[in-house]
Write a protein that binds this ligand. Structure first.
Ligand code: J2J
Length: 544
């Protein structure tokens, strides 16, 4: 059933009751959690933003800051249930803004710093966002100009808040005011935010997470990863992504009373000195980055000895690479196989070393239900591989405002079709064997081919296009666009097409790595384009 105001299917009452009775849903909110931590240990350091000119926040300071910012947002008319697209890099401003919105009960929509006009325009209009929060510039890109365009095109968008020099918009520093009289915040069972799905269709889906369900994934992760008040977690991946946010991530470490350190960039040259200076104990990486760190560790003069646990996930981590990480970084490895829709699996710290390098872990919760089925939906034999379906106390029952998509993405009894092909070992650990969904996993960054295809199709010389994955030693997969030109069209160069895609305003990681011009696509028996045929052709492709 869809609950009014929630705009998405939610857990049936008997499940919700069970999850509460089991103690998974603790009746906490993010805002309330921070308030309690600030009362319990006000002077502990919650947050460190190292660049430039190291800034720190105690729990009390972060709590007060969230209050004042919440009051300022509320005074500008941002209310409970409003959607606010947040696109900020790994900075203290990001955490402050998110907690301020949590306090009001306004819903952050977590855009990534790499997103551009196509994605941001869509998030703002589809979510009917009332505000958009940006940095002034980041990585050489001026977000203010983008905001101006999006604001002009989005009737609902009343505010653009800028961390830094606001230009024609509103400076975030002008927002905070006296928190007296801030309205009541959200209830634990209500929505906390909208997370982005990796996507398999033309437009990304929004994932509605409640305070209750998400906080369970956070404290459940803490128990499995050994997060406590002594943990110093380095946020290396974009803080808005589900992995560094909750597995166990910056939210986990704040829940536990530890310290989150925001890393301005993922490269060893940035991260290693921070690990030494801030005595970092834990971090999370995608496989390509883990590879780079493993190699850089041999050469570095930085003292990495504080590092205790490194989580690796987001894409398949090869056994060979996994074997090398712990010795190279002198730390413990935890593999994590998660998804923003919910289910998160970890190898355990007391698993035998072979399990840690050869599996992607087992679920957080005893009540995570796992089904592994064949194409016809029948459960496979024990140990066999098949489609992973899941249902549980922190896995959504449907995307936000997407009834048609929900009808196929979920089974009738509420299992989420992950699109992943897995098998289960005798110990209950899952091994990711492949993927059935039409998605490309470019080193942990997810790409929906259809979204890129739609952009390429807008080129006047293009008759048809098909975007597929090419195996890549470093990223796992890269993207290849097979393009059929219109008859009589001027010949087109790969670079020109890539430039066209980039100019349409799309995250750089979605611009095809390779372009190949062909006369026709391979067809399936019934005359449909065979993506499988293209993929196997792509697998033998070298360089273009
Ligand atoms: C193979 N594929 C994996 C893994 C994710 C923790 C960690 C990752 C994510 C994430 C996350 C994989 N091996 N170890 O949200 O909290 C692929 C699967 C999955 C999809 C989800 C978290 N770990 N994947 O990556 O929503 O295909 O979440 O369904 O971005 O990534 O992508 P996303």
């Amino acid at each position: 059933a869809t609950t009014p105001g929630l705009d998405a299917p939610t857990w049936p009452a008997e499940f919700a009751e069970r999850y509460r009775a089991a103690g998974y849903w603790r009746g906490e909110t993010f805002g309330g959690m921070l308030r309690e931590r600030a009362a319990a240990h006000p002077d502990r350091t919650a947050l460190i933003d190292p660049a430039p000119g190291r800034r720190t926040w105690t729990y009390r300071e972060l709590d007060e800051r969230a209050d004042r910012l919440a009051a300022g947002f509320a005074a500008r008319g941002i209310a409970k249930g409003d959607r606010v697209v947040v696109q900020l890099p790994n900075t203290g401003a990001f955490i402050e803004v998110v907690f301020a919105l949590f306090r009001i009960g306004a819903l952050p929509v977590f855009a990534l710093p790499a997103h551009r006009e196509t994605e941001i325009g869509y998030f703002c209009s589809f979510a009917e966002a009332t505000a958009y929060v940006i940095p002034d510039t980041h990585g050489g890109f001026d977000h203010r100009a983008l905001a101006t365009k999006v604001k002009a095109a989005t009737p609902s968008l009343r505010h653009v808040f800028v961390a830094g020099d606001p230009g024609e918009h509103t400076a975030l520093s002008d927002v905070p005011c006296d928190p007296a009289g801030t309205p009541d915040g959200p209830e634990p069972h209500e929505l906390a935010f909208l997370q982005l799905s990796g996507g398999t269709t033309g437009v990304p889906k929004l994932i509605p997470r409640t305070h209750d369900d998400y906080l369970y994934s956070v404290w459940g992760s803490n128990e499995i990863c050994g997060v406590d008040a002594g943990t110093r977690f380095l946020v290396v991946l974009p803080a808005a992504h589900n992995f560094p946010m909750s597995s166990p991530g910056w939210l986990g470490v704040l829940y536990a009373g530890g310290t989150a350190v925001l890393c301005p960039g993922p490269d060893p040259a940035t991260a290693f000195p921070l690990i030494e200076r801030e005595r970092i104990t834990m971090t999370g990486l995608v496989p390509p980055l883990a590879l780079v760190w493993t190699e850089a560790a041999a050469e570095t003069r930085c003292d990495l000895s504080s590092l205790d646990v490194v989580l690796v996930g987001g894409a398949k981590y090869s056994q060979e690479a996994a074997r090398r990480l712990a010795p190279a970084l002198d730390c413990r490895l935890q593999q994590v196989f998660g998804m923003a829709e919910g289910l998160v699996n970890y190898t355990r710290l007391d698993d035998d070393p072979e399990t840690v390098v050869t599996t992607q872990g087992r679920p957080i919760s005893p009540d995570d239900e796992i089904r592994i089925v064949d194409d016809a939906g029948h459960e496979v034999e024990e140990g066999g591989f098949g489609h992973l379906l899941t249902r549980g106390p922190y896995t959504i029952r449907g995307y936000w405002r997407a009834p048609e998509h929900n009808a196929t993405a979920f089974t009738e009894d509420g299992f989420y079709r992950t699109g992943d092909i897995v098998r289960r070992t005798a110990t209950g650990h899952l091994v990711v064997e492949g993927r059935a969904k039409d998605q490309i996993n470019r080193g942990g960054e997810k790409i929906a081919p259809e979204e890129v295809e739609n952009i390429i199709l807008a080129h006047p010389a293009v008759h048809d296009v098909c975007v597929v994955a090419v195996p890549d030693a470093y990223l796992g997969e890269r993207t290849l666009a097979y393009v059929i030109l219109r008859t009589g069209a001027e010949p087109l160069k790969s670079v020109a097409l890539k430039r066209f895609v980039r100019a349409r305003g799309i995250a750089a990681y979605k611009v095809p790595d390779l372009v190949e011009f062909v006369d026709a696509f391979p067809q399936t028996g019934i005359g449909k384009v065979s993506k499988k045929g293209l993929r196997s052709a792509a697998a033998t492709t070298e360089q273009h």
